[in-house]
Design a protein. Structure first.
Length: 455
């Protein structure tokens, strides 16, 4: 646990709170929540037409009510759903409990359902349900919290919804933020209305760094904030060392392909860096047109735009969904299916992780590392500074100043023999003293469930 200059509270039998459940809501906040509710009321009919929200729409609007639960875990999308899975794997409550895990996205739901099935197969004390997260319409949220009746709500990373927090405050639900992160930009935006967030403050916050903890403490004007290791470090330490065995992409990129038929993965590419990625692809093909490229846009709605860009630059490509057998060396595969990027990393000779050539904070470059692959990133990775500069200094990750340097490093990596096991051991050693976030979160959940609140 990382200590910061914030007074740490201890759990006890007595509830000590400067703002207990049922506190009278100030008139200014009542008005703000009413305006917020009217905005949601106007927006929901239009959201019904959104294709990305069609999955589980009846759950989002509470036409289908969620199941009651002692613990409600909200995991926004894919990354948070993996964190929720890690918690479900390790949570050992003092007695059997019901757990509800919610998410926004269909991709997150796939991960949660798999995690639920694995956790319940262990035959432990958890009965787990999954559902889509309701829209944060305060009226809907009041109904949701009333139906679920959770003792504890666990919000992962940066889930701060006024309607949900207000409903929990009104009904005495204890709120824990775990793996909490808050950028300086988000902090500035939240600070536009400090009294609102002070009123909606959670019971306790476990942040991923001292800087994040300090921002949470300042926003909510609370002491029960501490910095603990990121749960993602726990996931790294448990990754399998296998790369090719049973890989579902082996029929597309055979592990025994020729030494000259290399595979490069461009992962989680964001819209703002697409122009640079096109230049990178053209540069690499100009140097070696036998390198196959697996191109993973971060958002599926960009697939059509990528088709046009590749056509405009005269680059040969095919959709992943149409690949039924081994692809020819030098192919560009445009990924239009979900959940396969990790498998591609397992077979790749080099990888670039997006969100880093434009000032977007970067995407998760730990995934290729868990596959024994040293990734290349651009100059922007502020979302992952919690990992530490040492990961660059130890050359477990290569940082390039622009697209051209990234392309040159990728070409060099493709020309070198794979050292997957050495890389895997390097990242396991790196995280060895950075683990423990999951256990701290599970301990805190148990204390909130069974020993009362920290205040």
């Amino acid at each position: 646990m990382v200590n910061i200059s914030i007074q740490q509270q201890t759990f006890g039998d007595k509830r000590i709170s400067t703002q207990p459940p049922g506190t009278r809501t100030p008139l200014s906040i009542k008005i703000a929540l009413l305006v917020y509710q009217l905005a949601w009321t106007s927006a929901i009919p239009f959201l019904r037409r959104n294709q990305r929200l069609q999955h589980g729409f009846s759950q989002r609007t509470l036409e289908e009510m969620p199941a009651p639960a002692d613990l409600w875990i909200q995991a926004a999308s894919v990354g948070e759903s993996f964190l929720a899975g890690e918690i479900l794997k390790r949570l050992d409550p003092l007695r059997p409990i019901r757990v509800l895990v919610t998410t926004y996205t269909s991709q997150g739901m796939e991960i949660l359902e798999k995690a639920r099935n694995e956790a319940m197969r262990q035959g432990g004390k958890l009965t787990i349900d999954t559902a889509y997260f309701p829209f944060d319409h305060p009226g809907l949220m009041t109904r949701a919290v009333t139906a679920i009746r959770p003792k504890v709500l666990l919000l992962l990373e940066s889930e701060l919804w006024p309607g949900l927090l207000a409903s929990c405050r009104q009904q005495g639900v204890k709120v824990l933020v775990a793996n909490g992160r808050m950028t300086a930009k988000s902090f500035s935006r939240y600070r536009l209305w400090p009294s609102l967030w002070r009123f909606l403050r959670p019971e306790r916050i476990l942040a991923i760094s001292s800087d994040d903890a300090s921002r949470f403490a300042a926003l909510f004007d609370m002491d029960a904030v501490e910095a603990v290791p990121n749960i993602k470090f726990d996931r790294i330490s448990e990754q399998s060392g296998e790369t090719a065995a049973n890989n579902p992409l082996a029929h597309i990129f055979p592990p025994d392909r020729t030494a000259t038929a290399k595979l490069l993965v461009l992962g989680s590419v964001r819209e703002e860096e697409e122009a640079d990625i096109i230049k990178l692809i053209c540069h690499i093909r100009g140097q070696n047109n036998q390198i196959s490229i697996a191109l993973f846009p971060r958002h599926m709605h960009r697939i059509k735009n990528w088709e046009k860009m590749l056509e405009t630059h005269g680059l040969p490509w095919q959709l992943r969904s149409r690949c039924t057998g081994p692809v020819s060396p030098g192919s560009i595969i445009l990924w239009d299916t979900m959940g396969e990027m990790l498998f591609a990393y397992q077979l790749a000779d080099a990888a670039f992780v997006g969100g880093s050539l434009a000032p977007l904070g970067g995407q998760n470059f730990l995934e290729p590392l868990t596959c024994g692959l040293k990734p290349v990133i651009g100059p922007y990775w502020s979302n992952f500074l919690w990992i530490g500069q040492d990961i660059i200094d130890q050359q477990l990750v290569f940082q390039a100043k622009d697209w051209q340097e990234a392309a040159d490093i990728l070409l060099q990596n493709c020309s070198l023999p794979a050292q997957r096991e050495q890389t895997r051991q390097g990242i396991i050693t790196y995280v060895k003293n950075r683990r423990g976030g999951t256990d701290t979160t599970c301990t805190t959940i148990n204390k909130l469930l069974f020993e009362g609140s920290v205040f």
